[in-house]
Design a protein around this ligand. Structure first.
Ligand SMILES: [Zn+2]
Length: 362
């Protein structure tokens, strides 16, 4: 059970009801896709559940990406190579790898310049592309990154969310001695915290509405936390942040998407600094744009990430970044429905699904 490619239990979203946006989570056996020359077949080990996975389940879509055909879910993953296509030279059966879920489909100008996240991509569990929450999964070999012995499968799976933090902090050009404000202490706020710290930020304050989440931020190394009250004015929060840090933050990483947090981000950020938008909220947001413009506060966005896996693997292997405390719950693959409900209900931080019946631990 679970070790033969004949049984490939997979977690699939089905859009069954026209009148309801919610998809069904179905566990079914699916054939293992034969690898092309440049692909590998992986025996999956650990797959983290992401907010976006839950969003697809509950809403059947994110923006213009709509679940029409049954789609295997999951994109934060690590596993072991079991078979290689004939052109794959850098991997062999038995290698443990972290899967980078998105790869460019052509070599356009973005791909050529290294910003392949801006090219048309295959991306796991973004319709119509299948994800990898299953026993076996076939992926592009060059986007499977070999893990050193001292980096676990779960750490490997966490490289996907960590990549969002690394890319955001790179785009924000966080550096030595910076004061940093991070809005939101969910998984993305927390990996941004870890990245900012590793990139040399001197003092970091994390804000959130929930004190439980802020406790986790403290545990992961936040110098300060500040619990926002729902009716608090952005200018007032900005003042508080300045007091807490002993100066205005050089960089702000906004991970909530909430309009009030974006406004706070502008008011709070030091002149000449940078506000980085990671959280996705409504299409149109009212912001004090002139305040940012006349103080030369740069406002930047991110789309996923690029070139982060090798960096993340080095940082994890050397112990510079510790992502292990992010995992708060584990479920066997068979209990995916329960795991999704857990994540939906906001219990814990990161829920891991364990795809190998013989390796269910951390
Ligand atoms: Zn994710």
């Amino acid at each position: 059970m679970g070790n033969s490619e004949n049984e490939n239990l997979s977690v699939v979203l089905y859009k069954r009801r026209e009148e309801k946006p919610q998809c069904d989570i179905v566990l079914e056996n699916r054939p293992v896709r034969e690898p092309a020359g440049d692909e590998v077949v992986l025996k999956m080990n650990s797959v983290g559940i992401c907010g976006s996975d839950v969003h697809y389940w509950l809403n059947g879509r994110i923006g213009d990406f709509i679940v029409k055909e049954p789609m295997v879910i999951g994109h934060e993953a690590a596993g072991t190579v079991v078979r290689c296509g004939k052109d794959v030279k850098h991997l062999k059966p038995g290698d443990r790898v972290a899967i980078e879920p998105g790869y460019p489909l052509c070599s356009d100008e973005f791909s050529k310049s290294g910003r392949y996240n801006l090219s048309p991509v295959y991306f796991c569990a973004t319709p119509p592309d299948h994800g990898n929450l299953q026993r076996f999964y076939t992926h592009k070999g060059s986007f499977c990154h070999k893990l050193p012995d001292n980096v676990s499968f779960e750490e490997g799976a966490l490289i996907e969310p960590l990549s969002v933090g690394i890319h955001a902090c790179r785009r924000a050009q966080i550096g030595l001695g910076h004061r940093v404000l991070i809005c939101g202490a969910g998984p993305i706020g927390l990996v941004s915290l870890l990245s900012a710290k590793a990139m040399g930020a001197a003092s970091i304050v994390v804000t959130d509405l929930s004190s439980n989440r802020l406790d986790k931020a403290k545990e992961l190394g936040a110098n300060f936390t500040y619990q926002i009250k729902l009716d608090e004015k952005p200018q007032d929060v900005a003042k508080k942040i300045e007091e807490i840090l002993g100066g205005m933050p050089d960089r702000t990483i906004e991970c909530t998407g909430a309009e009030s947090a974006v406004q706070t981000g502008i008011y709070a950020t030091k002149s000449g600094g940078c506000l980085l938008l990671v959280g996705m909220g409504p299409q149109n947001v009212t912001v004090p744009l002139v305040n940012a413009a006349v103080r030369e506060v740069d406002i930047k966005g991110v789309f996923r990430y690029c070139n982060t896996w090798p960096t993340a693997i080095s940082m994890l292997a050397s112990g510079q970044i510790n992502v292990k405390p992010l995992v708060t719950h584990r479920f066997p693959l068979e209990k995916s429905q329960e795991a999704f409900e857990y994540t939906r209900d906001g219990k814990g931080i990161k829920v891991m699904l364990k795809c190998d019946p013989e390796d269910q631990g951390a």
